[in-house]
Design a protein. Sequence first.
Length: 165
Amino acid sequence: MRKIFLILLTFGLFACNQQKDNTKILQNRIDSLEIKIANTYKPGFGDFMSSIQAHHSKLWFAGQNQNWKLADFEVHEIMEAIEDIQKFQAGRKETEMIGMINPALDSINNAIEKKDPVLFENSYTLLTISCNKCHQAVDLGYNVVKTPDSSPFSNQDFKPLKDSK
């Protein structure tokens, strides 16, 4: 009986030692992955804002050309960028304030659905004003957004295809 007890005790101690080694290996892997995640690139706030600026401009030209499919695409790109800001830039004052443009985006969506150029222009003006109010609220009032007067995208035709109205 004593022999069996010693054999079981030996196996038990070996198993415990093996468990400690596995725990240490797993903890080292977790630590390594945490370092990699911390050093992974994530876009900065300015990267997101530059993207929104481009889509804001394209949205204007799509609406002016009554290319409602493109306008719908561009407004949803802005919404997606805002979601990404909230995901990747949480905790910033700018992120907390960005939701103030949602009513303007809803208004533009409504104008696009109705394919109403006058409502679109008014909604776009509201969006632009909302962007500037947000900039002012977070002490970035020197960054003034306006309705574009010429497209920086000379490689894009904003007119709708004949069969896509």
